[in-house]
Each structure stands twice: as C-alpha cells, then as structure tokens.
Design a protein around this ligand. Structure first.
Ligand SMILES: *Cc1c(COP(=O)(O)O)cnc(C)c1O
Ligand SMILES: [Zn+2]
Length: 416
C-alpha cells in the first residue's frame, strides 16, 4: 500500500495527481482534500489503539512521541519512511477558576496549542506537510504568513533539510515570530502589502514556479490540524463537549475541526458532534458577517485588529469552513479588540498565557454566554492557538514592577 493517499477536489471531485499543485483544483479552483482509506478498526477498538499509544511509557516512534502521529490512521494510509517530527501535539487541557468566572461557564477548559514546539498549533499541520514535501522530493517550501506559519515552516523545513522561503507583510509581524523565522534559517521576503497580498502571491508563485505551498490550503496541513480535535476528544475520554471555541482567521482550523468531527462520528469515536464557535476580531470578520446572512455570499474586508494572527480579510479555506459550520450546527461571531485584550489579560492572570489572537476564543465564549447562546452548565473547550511570548509587546503588563535598592528592606516593602 502506498503511504500517500490520493488528493481530490472538494467541489468537483477531480483527482489532483500533481503533488506540487496544492493551491487548488485545476478544473474548478476548489480546495483540495486528502481522501485516505478508512482505518480497519472502528469505535471502541480504534479508541483503544489511540489510547494505548498515549499511555505507553516504553513506546517509541512517532506514533508514541507525537500527538499528531498518534492518530496516524486518520492522516495517511501507511507508515511513510522519514516522518519529520519535533514531538508536536502533546498539549494540555487546562481548567481554571479565573476563566470560569470570566466566561460565566462552569465547565470550561482551555486546550493550549501554544505549547507546541514553535509555540503555535501550526506545528500540527506542518509535521504532516513537511513529511509529504520530503516524500515527494520538494526542492523548496513556500508560505505566506502572519508569523506563526513561517516560524513553524522554518523549523520543520530546517529539521528536514529543505530550504524554506516565506512571504511576510512588511512591518506587520511581531518580533517574536520574526526572530523564530530567521533563527531557523528561512529566506524571509518582507512584502510591501498585507497578509492577503502575500497569500495571493504565494498561490501564484506555487502554481507558476512549482514551489511546494505550505499554507493551510495544503490538504496535508488540514490532515495534521484535525488532530487538535482528536486529541481534545481523547482528553475528554471521547465524551464530546457541547462547544469547541476557536479563533478564526484563514479558516484552516475551522475546516479541519469540522472534518475531524464528522470523521470521528462516522468511525464511532464519539456519538455526537459538538458545536463549533468560530470567533473573529471585529476588524477582520468577513466570515462572521457572511454567517449572519446565512452565508448568502462570500465577503472580503480590509483587515485591521491587534490580533495579528487573525488579521485576514479574504480567508483561503472559505468553502470548507462553511461546510464545517453547517455540519456542526456552528456559530460564527466577532469580538472587539478590547474584548480580546481583556480575555488575554485574564488568561495571563490565570498563569496560562497566550497571544492576542488566541484569546479571541475565550472572549467569544464570554460574549455568547452573555447573549444566552451558551448556557452556564454547557461543557466548553476553548482552543488557545499561540504562546504568550509570540507577541510580548501585546502582553498586558499586569504585575507591579518596581526599581529598588539592593536591600532586604525593599523586598520587605514589596511583600504583600
Ligand atoms: C494561524 C493562527 C490562527 C488562525 O487560524 P486559521 O486556521 O488561519 O483560521 C489563530 N491564532 C493563531 C495564534 C494562529 O497562529
Ligand atoms: Zn474541482
């Protein structure tokens, strides 16, 4: 059996046989999806297989050390040689009284994807995309990025020994993300334009120059990002929560989460599907605007928000994200930058910490609780997508900082 399943257009079903043509279907322009063999095991037997890999203290290999490859049967058909992994995906589900109080939801926890190797969930998709890129002999890998994709791509490409080129909107990426991208040795092009310009350029360059496109349009990225949901369900002992909240920018995660949930129910891993709550920043909310009119039309906006990771006005995974919202009876909403920063500060005070875009999920839960869409006794998981240190300048300086003489008395005065 080949390790590489086939790739098909999600709109017209056309087989995409060129492993480098990942930006879209050549017949209709639709997004592409991996169609792998369903695993032989189902239901309890499949849950047991996944659980045994997580629990085994003496286990080795990517299926034991990676929280992505643990779910290998839902990613690829067989073990490929040379999986490119940095031990991604083993992220905690954390409960906190402060977040309970802030959101008004008694049973809320956060899934901290900021604790991945490069500090964001992007590593979950990148381990799969770069494994695929190496399998098909890519000479170079390329992405457009608001900073986290480029950090992740740079790290995984460096680990695999493949040169990386990244397109970044000039002056719009936080210093933490720039530092990572450059340290891992990616060739970094600072584009005079915004993320949407970079994305358009990356798609065109991938098609014309046959560079391997590592954005979330890449169906292998989506395969990897499905495991955020699988991992989360496993941590809930396969009892689906009522809601899963996530920040939404380019809509790759929204697409991946819906697909994972539909698959998990088909395979008998769960018996019901939680509702997705997609949260955008008010200044970058084309998907929320379209949702409000029943997705009557696709919207595009000029994006502006403090949450740079979701500062996206023309999301790439639009159609498949619509499918996710419909399949999960999902809700799309938008919150102000003030609400995002208030949630971020609260998450910091809880000792957890995340970057601004991530806090949108918690801000969205609070807003939906206030509007009565989410009930106090609903079980909710909010996904935190990126680490606090990604964007140190945006982190609320909440603690008291004092300049003091080097004396014990100054410490005494500072003790509460
Ligand atoms: C990429 C990213 C997002 C947006 O995810 P999409 O899949 O593009 O919607 C949100 N938060 C962080 C921290 C990110 O890096
Ligand atoms: Zn097509």
């Amino acid at each position: 059996m080949s390790a590489i399943p086939s790739v098909r257009c999600e709109s017209c079903g056309t087989h995409a046989d060129d492993p480098f043509a990942l930006a879209g279907c050549r017949s209709c322009g639709g997004t592409l999806a991996v169609s792998h063999e369903p695993p032989r095991l189902r239901g309890a037997a499949l849950r047991e297989l996944f659980d045994s890999r997580r629990g085994a203290p003496d286990a080795s290999g990517p299926e034991a050390t990676s929280g992505v490859w643990r779910f290998r049967e839902l990613i690829l058909d067989a073990d490929p040689p040379g999986i490119v992994t940095l031990g991604e995906g083993r992220t905690p589900l954390i409960a906190s009284d402060a977040i309970r109080r802030f959101t008004g939801v008694d049973s809320i926890s956060v899934k901290h994807e900021g604790l991945n190797p490069t500090g964001s969930f992007k590593d979950r998709g990148m381990t799969v995309a770069i494994t695929h890129a190496r399998l098909v002999g890519a000479r170079a890998v390329l992405c457009a990025s608001t900073g986290n994709t480029s950090s992740s791509l740079a790290a995984y490409a460096a680990h695999a020994g493949i040169p990386a080129v990244v397109l970044i909107p000039l002056g719009k990426v936080s210093p933490g993300k720039m530092a990572q991208t450059m340290a891992y040795g990616a060739r970094t092009l600072l584009v005079r334009g915004d993320f949407d310009d970079c994305m358009r350029l990356a798609r065109e360059a991938a098609t014309r120059l046959k560079a391997y496109l590592a954005n979330s349009l890449n169906p292998w990225r989506i395969q990897g990002q499905k495991t955020i949901m699988l991992d989360l369900l496993q941590q809930c002992a396969w009892k689906a929560p009522d809601w899963v909240a996530l920040p939404a920018g380019n809509l790759g995660n929204t697409a991946a989460f819906g697909r994972a949930l539909v698959q998990a129910r088909e395979l008998g891993l769960i018996d019901r599907i939680p509702r997705l709550l997609c949260v955008q920043a008010l200044g970058a909310a084309p998907f929320a605007k379209s949702f409000a009119s029943g997705f009557a039309q696709r919207e595009r906006v000029k994006a502006e928000t403090v949450a740079s990771a979701i500062r996206i006005g023309d999301p790439a995974s639009w159609d498949r994200a619509v499918l996710s919202i419909r399949a999960t009876d999902g809700v799309v909403t938008a919150v102000t930058d003030d609400a995002i920063l208030a949630a971020q500060a609260e998450i910091s005070r809880a000792g957890i910490g995340c970057e601004p875009a991530s806090a949108a999920s918690v801000a969205g839960v609070r807003a939906m609780r206030e509007q009565g869409v989410i009930a106090r006794d609903h079980r909710v998981v909010a996904v935190l997508t990126g680490h606090l240190l990604k964007d140190p300048s945006a982190a609320a300086a909440d603690s008291l900082t004092l300049e003091v003489d080097a004396t014990v008395e100054s410490i005494e005065r500072a003790l509460p």
